[in-house]
Design a protein. Structure first.
Length: 294
């Protein structure tokens, strides 16, 4: 264990402690109090019991130190501390020095949605690599947020009124309006148009939900419903307001033939959802499952 970790008894070390850490996040009312790095590591660890987590904490610390050293070095050489420089520093450390890249060849590999495996393999999804950008930028007190762009996680950096949108999956390339429009159409369809909603900054909690939804989707596609339920449990732990998780759990329990658990989850979903149509659809499913219990 690293000396810094040994002196902090609040840091989790096991998968059970990681899940408890996620539950503690669920009680936080100020999103800024969420440690994005620790939360992402906790979400990875609950699927990897027995793994020694401190080596990954140490790696993130080393990355942060390298970003700081590179930034200081460039300033000593007389470069201006502008947005362009900060973007270049992050790109150099993340992609050139440490070899992180978007996994285009095996995009749907489940490891791309586990932050620990991303660190090990230096490959990941847009959201997992975006989390790395955000962690390192904020360690430097640089303004960096994830965006609510559909289907592909993007980040935005700002300084002195200047903004730039970056694609962490494409080695931090800058995305202008034309590139964003092309990306959107490739994801949503040729009739799709850009909306100001796509540039809204998302919270730490929303970033983590997005990461886990990628994992849940891949587990369901692989018919690993038991692990998908664990993902749903994790989301419910750190984001208890995510009421749709109860619908996911209801459907997944039903697929596993665990109908009583499915009924309990669906009843919770019906009680929590504010939408009448969602209640109606869930009630139909609930009655079907209940009829199988008779």
């Amino acid at each position: 264990m690293d000396e810094a970790d040994r002196d902090n008894p609040d840091l989790f070390q096991t998968s059970d402690e990681a899940l408890q850490h996620l539950r503690q996040i669920g009680f936080l009312t100020n999103d800024a109090d969420i440690d994005l790095a620790e939360a992402a590591l906790a979400l990875g660890l609950i699927f990897l019991p027995g793994l020694h987590i401190d080596r990954y904490r140490q790696h993130l610390r080393k990355l942060a130190e390298h970003v700081q050293e590179e930034h200081r070095s460039r300033l000593r050489l007389g470069e201006k501390d502008d947005l362009r420089l900060r973007v270049q520093v992050l790109r150099k450390i993340i992609h050139e020095a440490h070899g992180y890249q978007g996994d285009e060849k095996n995009y749907d590999d489940i490891q791309n949605a586990n932050f620990i495996r991303v660190i090990e393999r230096r490959k990941g999804l847009p959201v997992s690599l975006g989390i790395l950008y955000i962690i390192l930028a904020r360690k430097m007190d640089w303004d960096c947020d994830g965006l609510s762009f559909p289907g592909h996680f993007l980040i935005r950096m700002e300084k002195d009124g200047e903004r730039v949108i970056l694609d962490p999956f494409k080695e931090g390339c800058e995305m202008d309006a034309a590139a964003l429009r092309q990306l959107l159409k490739s994801i949503v369809g040729q009739k799709a148009e850009l909306s100001h909603n796509f540039y809204t900054a998302v919270s730490n909690r929303e970033i983590l939900v997005r990461l886990e939804n990628n994992l849940k989707k891949r587990l369901i596609e692989g018919e690993d419903y038991g692990q998908a339920i664990l993902v749903a449990e994790a989301i419910g732990a750190f984001s208890p307001e995510e009421y749709r998780i109860y619908l996911d759990k209801g459907v997944l329990y039903a697929k596993l033939g665990q109908n009583q658990q499915a009924v309990t989850a669906l009843e919770a979903y019906i009680a929590k959802t504010p939408h009448a149509k969602e209640k109606q659809h869930a009630n139909l499913l609930l009655q079907q499952i209940k009829s199988s219990l008779d």
